[in-house]
Design a binder for this molecule. Structure first.
Ligand code: UDX
Length: 464
C-alpha cells in the first residue's frame, strides 16, 4: 500500500443505491491506490458508517446561526416523483454542500480533488471553483445512455419530444440502434423538469476536469469515443468497478443473505431465474401478479426480490392469492433484498430478469448471466436495447406484454432453449470484461492514467 499523505479525495455521491454503491466501489479503488477518502453524504438515505470503515463519512447538514438543520426529511421526499426528488435534493443540499466542502478543504490535509456524481450538475462545479478544488465527475450510468442524454437538445429540435405513442417503433436516426420507445425519458407531469436535470448533468460534466465511467472500453467503444469528443474532457472508463475485487473491502453478509446462498446451493447449475427490478422502480399490482404466475408456471426455480413498497398499493406480498407461496414450496424464494453480486456469481443462476439499471446490467455481464429485459424508465430503455440488439446477451419482455403466457415463453427460451447461442455470447462478453481488468487491459490502463491525472492537479491547502 502506498503512502496516503497528501492524497485525499472528497466524494459526493447521490443518495440512491444505484449511485451510492458505485461511488463507494470507486472509493475502494482509490483507497487501494493509496488515497484517503472522505465521503460527504446527505442526511436523506443516511448510510451505515459501520459498513464503510475504510472511509471518513461526513453528513452534510445546514448550519444556520450555529443550529444544524436537516435540509430534507424522508417523509417530505416520499411524496415526490424521482425527478422532483432529485431537484429537491439539489436545491436543499446546495448550501450544506458548499459549507461542508469548504470546511473539508480548509481543514488542513491537502485535497487532490472532489469526485461528485454527475447528477449533482453545474452547482458542484461552481462551488468547487469558488473553494479552489479540482472536480472530477463520476457517471454511474453507461456511456451509450449518456450519448442519448447529451442529444436531448437536438432531439427536442427535431420534434421527438414529447414522445408520441404513434411513433414508438420508429428508429431514432440520430442515435442508432435506438427506437423512439428507447429514449431515456420518465413519464412526468412536468417533462420540462427532466430536460433541466439532464441538461444540467451534461453541462456539469463539460465543466469537470474529467469523467470517470463505470464501463469498459470494449463494451461501449463508439459511445465512449462519441461522448469524449462532445464533452471535451478526459474520460476514464475503468469498470466494472465491482470487479476490481482485490481493491474492494468485503461486503458484510446478513442472515437473509446466508439463507439465500444455502437455498441456491441446493439448486441445479444454471437453473434459477433471479428476478429483481432494482432499488427504485415500482410496479402495479396487476404486473406483480403477472410476474408471480409467470415465474410459477415456468416451472423453473426462482429467486425473486420484492422490495417492500415496490408494488403500488401494497406493503409487501399481501396481494398474492391465498396459498400461492405454500403452493410453490421450496421451488421459489421471495426476499426483500439480496446480495446481488453474490447471487449473480452463483453457479445455480441461469438468467436474470431485470429492469436493466446500469449496475444490474454490468453486474450480469460480468458474470456471464443472460438477461430478460423489462426496462421501466430512463436509461434502462437504452441499456435494454444494447443488451438485446448490440451485445445480444438478453431477450426483451416488454412491460406492456408482461402476461403469464408471454413470461413463461421468454423464460423457457432463455433457460431451456438457450435462445440462439445466448449463453455462449454471455460467456464471451464476460471474458472480454475480464480482459479489460487484467494488468494490460484497458480498464487497468485507464485507472493508472486516472491516478496520475488526479495527482497532477495543483493542490490547494488553505490555512484554517
Ligand atoms: C437507478 C436507475 O433505476 C438506473 O436506471 C440507473 O442506471 C442507476 O440508478 P437502480 O434502480 O437502483 O438504479 O438499479 P441499478 O443501477 O441496477 O442498481 C441497483 C444496485 O442495487 C445494484 O448494484 C444491485 O447489485 C443492488 N441490489 C439491487 C442489491 O444489492 N440487491 C437487490 O436486491 C437489488
Amino acid at each position: 500500500m502506498e503512502e496516503r499523505k497528501g492524497r485525499r479525495i472528497i466524494m459526493f455521491p447521490l443518495p440512491f443505491p444505484g449511485h451510492f454503491n458505485p461511488m463507494i466501489e470507486l472509493a475502494g479503488i482509490f483507497h487501494h491506490r493509496g488515497f484517503s477518502v472522505t465521503i460527504l453524504h446527505t442526511s436523506y438515505n443516511f448510510p451505515d458508517p459501520s459498513r464503510h470503515a475504510h472511509f471518513t463519512l461526513r453528513a452534510i447538514t445546514h448550519n444556520k446561526e450555529g443550529e444544524e438543520e436537516d435540509p430534507l426529511s424522508q417523509s417530505e421526499a416520499s411524496s415526490m416523483d424521482l425527478i422532483a426528488l432529485i431537484r429537491q435534493l439539489k436545491q436543499s443540499y446546495a448550501e450544506p454542500f458548499r459549507q461542508s466542502l469548504a470546511a473539508e478543504v480548509r481543514g488542513g490535509e491537502t485535497v487532490c480533488c472532489l469526485v461528485s456524481d454527475a447528477i449533482w450538475g453545474r452547482n458542484t462545479a461552481l462551488v468547487a471553483e469558488e473553494i479552489g478544488v479540482r472536480r472530477m465527475v463520476l457517471r454511474t450510468g453507461g456511456a451509450s445512455s449518456f450519448c442519448a442524454f447529451a442529444a436531448f437538445p437536438l432531439l427536442r429540435d427535431k420534434g421527438y419530444f414529447p414522445i408520441q405513442d404513434s411513433r414508438l417503433e420508429e428508429p431514432v436516426t440520430e442515435l442508432p440502434p435506438l427506437k423512439v420507445k428507447d429514449l431515456p425519458v420518465i413519464k412526468l407531469k412536468e417533462p420540462e423538469e427532466l430536460y433541466r436535470v439532464v441538461n444540467d448533468m451534461v453541462e456539469g460534466a463539460k465543466l469537470s476536469s474529467g469523467v470517470i465511467w463505470n464501463t469498459f472500453e470494449d463494451l461501449e467503444t463508439f459511445s465512449l469515443m462519441d461522448i469524449s469528443s462532445k464533452l471535451q474532457v478526459p474520460c476514464f472508463p475503468i469498470g466494472p468497478f465491482h470487479k476490481h475485487s482485490n481493491d474492494l473491502p468485503p461486503k458484510t453478509k446478513n442472515k437473509e443473505d446466508s439463507e439465500t446462498t444455502e437455498w441456491l446451493n441446493k439448486r441445479d447449475p444454471q437453473s434459477v431465474i433471479y428476478a429483481s427490478f432494482g432499488s427504485l422502480a415500482a410496479i402495479e399490482e396487476k404486473e406483480f401478479l403477472g410476474i408471480a404466475w409467470g415465474l410459477r408456471n415456468s416451472e423453473q426455480p426462482f429467486l425473486w426480490v420484492v422490495r417492500p413498497g415496490s408494488v403500488r398499493g401494497s406493503e409487501w406480498l399481501e396481494s398474492l392469492p391465498f396459498g400461492f407461496i405454500e403452493n410453490f414450496g421450496d421451488k421459489g424464494k421471495i426476499v426483500k433484498w439480496a446480495n446481488q453480486l453474490e447471487v449473480l456469481a452463483h453457479p445455480a443462476i441461469g438468467a436474470f430478469w431485470t429492469h436493466c439499471g446500469w449496475n444490474s446490467t454490468l453486474e450480469s455481464i460480468s458474470e456471464g448471466v443472460p438477461m430478460i429485459c423489462t426496462p421501466c424508465f430512463s436509461d434502462q430503455h437504452v441499456n435494454a436495447r444494447y443488451i438485446v440488439d448490440v451485445w445480444r446477451v438478453g431477450m426483451v419482455l416488454e412491460r406492456s406484454k408482461m402476461e403469464r403466457k408471454e413470461i413463461e415463453k421468454v423464460i423457457r427460451s432463455v433457460i431451456m432453449e438457450n435462445g440462439d447461442g445466448l449463453k455462449e455470447r454471455c460467456l464471451e462478453l464476460k471474458e472480454r470484461a475480464n480482459i479489460c481488468l487484467s494488468k494490460e487491459g484497458s480498464s487497468s490502463k485507464h485507472l493508472d492514467k486516472l491516478v496520475s491525472h488526479v495527482l497532477s492537479f495543483d493542490s490547494y491547502a488553505f490555512a484554517s
